[in-house]
Design a binder for this molecule. Sequence first.
Ligand code: GRF
Length: 234
Amino acid sequence: MTLPIAVLVSGSGSNLQSIIDRIGEGVLDAEIKLVVSNKAEAFGLERAKAHNIPCKVLTHTDYPSREAFDQAMVEAIVEAGVGAEGVVAMAGFMRIVTPVFLNAFRNRVVNIHPALLPSFPGVHGQSDAAEYGVKISGCTVHFVDEQMDHGPIIVQAAVPCQAGEDGDVLGPRILKLEHRIYPQAIQWIAENRLEIKDRHVELKVSGKPCAGQPRADIDPATYALVWPPLEEGF
Ligand code: GRF
């Protein structure tokens, strides 16, 4: 069954675009029933309109509380045809959601974060990591729980960082990988291949070939990304 999804945006919506593109290519078996933005000027809305995807602006400042805003989002999303069997994908959505929202879509809300969680949560993940001087950063797709950037992790991608780089340099490198791992994570949900066991998300192996990546059924002891690369003898 094609997975009904809603996508929440606040800004550019390039992750929304990657989801739209993978659906268009037939690799992501999902249908975006609604794009919700809390900002009327979000470019993500233009992307949705260009593909005839229904969109709705819900301005959080119009509501007396976080819960009232979340309730309005739940109603709009359910009305659009995304229920407990669907998925809500937060894609650059700059709001923390409350239990009102999470209880309506229990274990079906996902988020993408531009750092390797649990390091560098918050709104400046890329620049915080760059300033800290890490050698590897990346991005994380995770299920959303009550705490910010905290829920069980579905997939992470690592990118190398070079001395002297700032968030402006590192951010786009991470974003390219965001655009690959987010649609993949949603497709795993569409295929019903993820099982959450406390903090651990298990991916059921399908035997599908993986392009240039270690397969999920390869012994992880035989694979590691090490950066800077190890030299001979180590
Ligand atoms: C991405 O880096 C995402 O990880 C973060 O906000 C940014 C949104 O980018 N949560 P876009 O709106 O998808 O282009």
